[in-house]
Write a protein that binds this ligand. Structure first.
Ligand code: PEP
Ligand code: MN
Length: 355
């Protein structure tokens, strides 16, 4: 069993930053009473703008090393450059994580990998700030090439310009899901603290991650969140964390209950048939499109006809709404269908020329 698969869900908790010896110890003591596998604390803080608290550095590594020894709680810090790796290794920190602002930069990730050569320590990789699954995957692959065997991805949301739908960082759930599809063996944890940016919303996003088959959570925890030196709005108390962990519904991908399995099988058979019908209908629609294309060509009409497209979009959305399908879902679907239709009309036209 790999390190991050040792508990389900695998929980990482602790303050955004190690501020003082007292605050770090107080949090760790409370957290050591909970089903938490790893104590996090930022020691070097990557701040977007200068002037805010940038971490306590090496001094805090000493506190974490003592916590590890006395509480038996494993610790993790963010490393953003080779010097951090060196220092954190010196103090026996058990796990490292790479932050969102580092994952964006392959040069920097490679430097960290080079500093880790020959050291097989578990590493967690936060998603890059930009919604780029390749960049995220690339950082993980660099670590694998270095010889690191225990790797977890952390989904902490993506930057978006503007109000951001009430999130500090957009969750874009399809991105971590795609990463998991590409790398099925990889553990993926969710960081609802940095996604929501708001303590009142942490529980809901934590549950959503469980519903989406995530392997664990990283949750920022502070004894007095409103007084925190960084990320004060999103941190929760150890007592609040305890409630979240107690009420979290953890789901399995597969079930062993026979009745449930039979019900699911029955519905899935019907779904397979329905999907085959959808494919059939789409193929028929494309055939019609090609025939229309031939006529348009014959009468020298444009293939793309804005007025007709507007009418299709509007009527299909209205039909969808009557059948309880959200308008934006139907619109997106028909945009895809329509663009394939137009493409067919062009290529259908080109075929005779190519022969
Ligand atoms: C953090 O975990 O405190 C942090 C700086 O995270 P991120 O890299 O996700 O911004
Ligand atoms: Mn933080």
């Amino acid at each position: 069993m790999d390190f991050f698969g040792s508990a389900k869900p695998f929980i990482v908790a602790g303050p955004c930053s190690a501020e003082t010896r007292e605050q770090t110890w107080e949090t760790a003591e409370a957290i050591s009473q909970l089903p938490v596998q790893l104590f996090r604390a930022g020691v070097w803080k990557p701040r977007t703008r200068p002037g805010s608290f940038e971490g306590t550095g090496t001094e805090a590594l000493q506190w974490l090393s003592e916590i590890q020894q006395h509480l038996g709680l494993r610790t993790t810090v963010e490393v953003a450059e080779p010097a951090h790796v060196e220092q954190a290794l010196k103090y026996g920190i058990h796990v490292f994580w790479i932050g969102a602002r580092t994952t964006v930069n392959p040069f920097q990730v490679q430097k960290i990998c080079d500093a880790l050569k020959g050291v097989n320590i578990p590493v967690m990789v936060k998603n890059p700030v930009s919604p780029d699954v390749d960049l995220w995957q690339g950082s993980i692959e660099r670590l694998m090439k270095t010889g690191i065997t225990d790797i977890a991805a952390i989904h902490r949301g993506f930057y978006s310009y503007g109000s951001g739908n009430g999130y500090r960082n957009q969750p874009n759930w399809t991105i971590p899901i795609e990463l998991k599809r590409r790398m099925p063996e990889l553990s993926i944890l969710c960081d609802p603290s940095h996604i929501t940016g708001k303590r009142s919303n942490v529980a809901e996003t934590a549950q959503k991650a469980m519903d989406m088959h995530f392997d664990g959570l990283m949750i920022e925890t502070h004894p007095r969140p409103e007084e925190a030196w960084s990320d004060a709005a999103q941190q929760i108390t150890p007592a609040e964390l305890k409630t979240i962990l107690e009420t979290l519904v953890v789901r399995d991908e597969f079930i062993t209950d026979m009745t449930g399995q039979v019900q699911l099988e029955h519905l899935r058979e019907q779904m397979d048939i329905t999907d085959a019908e959808i494919i059939d209908l789409l193929a028929r629609r494309m055939d019609l499109s090609e025939q229309i294309g031939i006529i348009k060509n014959q009468y020298n009409m444009t293939f793309y006809q804005p007025a007709r497209w507007r009418e299709i979009l509007e009527s299909r959305c209205n039909q969808g709404i009557l059948r309880n399908l959200p308008g934006d879902f139907v619109a997106e679907l028909f945009e895809k269908i329509h663009s394939e239709s137009i493409r067919r009309q062009f290529t259908g036209l080109k075929q005779p020329e190519n022969k």
